[in-house]
Design a protein around this ligand. Structure first.
Ligand code: IMP
Ligand code: MG
Length: 189
């Protein structure tokens, strides 16, 4: 793709099936640079211990696969799948695990990897569930963070980018399960 900055014309990227994207928020090179930096930060932050990188599916799958290759210390990878049953009138929402990691979590240094923090509801619930498993440490690594006030009750130790308050797709993020495979992150029109 030639243009990675500014507006994309409808149909300029065959992956978009004619859907126009408003702009590219983060291009491939910017993502690669930041993921490499995050890998170095994470490597330095865990000088010892059993590091378990726990990806939240599906949104984290591309980010996680790039990130773990930039972490230069031993680690294990597992995934979890959460399901939200909240409705618009229920402010707390309900998040349950539909796939529970097989890996033993007790005593591990767990790094929970998420694509994007929006309201923080998903992570608030997951962090509560995971902390009950008695890990040695539990931290969050989010590729994107919308910095919504009063959202997430937990500190996000590692953040790729502060995200604009727009609906973003690509590099794992979807709209109705589409666009996860875009190598860049774009905002939808
Ligand atoms: P939260 O629980 O409101 O923080 O929502 C987090 C989840 O919502 C993310 O893991 C995404 O799956 C989804 N999400 C939130 N904002 C976006 C967006 O801009 N694009 C795509 N998915 C999003
Ligand atoms: Mg999603």
């Amino acid at each position: 793709m030639s243009a990675t900055i500014g507006a994309l014309e409808t149909g300029s990227d065959p992956r978009l099936s004619g859907r126009a994207v408003k702009r590219i928020a983060f291009d491939e090179a910017a993502i690669a640079r930041r993921v490499s930096e995050l890998g170095s930060e994470i490597t330095a932050a865990y000088p010892d211990g059993d590091l378990l990188v726990l990806g939240l599916l599906k949104g984290s799958f591309i980010f996680l696969s790039d990130l773990v290759r930039e972490i230069t210390r031993p680690l294990q990878v597992d995934f979890l799948v959460a399901s939200s049953y909240g409705d618009a009138t229920e402010s707390s929402g309900t998040v349950s695990l539909v796939y529970d990691p097989e890996t033993e979590l007790e005593g591990k240094d767990i790094l929970l990897v998420e694509d994007i923090v929006d309201s923080g509801r998903t992570l608030n619930r997951l962090m509560a569930v995971l902390s009950e498993r008695k890990p040695r440490s539990l931290e969050i690594c989010a590729l994107l963070h919308k910095r919504i006030v009063e959202g997430l009750h937990y500190d996000t130790k590692f953040v790729g980018f502060d995200a604009p308050h727009e609906f973003l797709v690509g590099y794992g993020l979807d709209h109705a399960e589409n666009f996860r495979h875009l190598p860049y992150i774009a905002s939808l029109q």
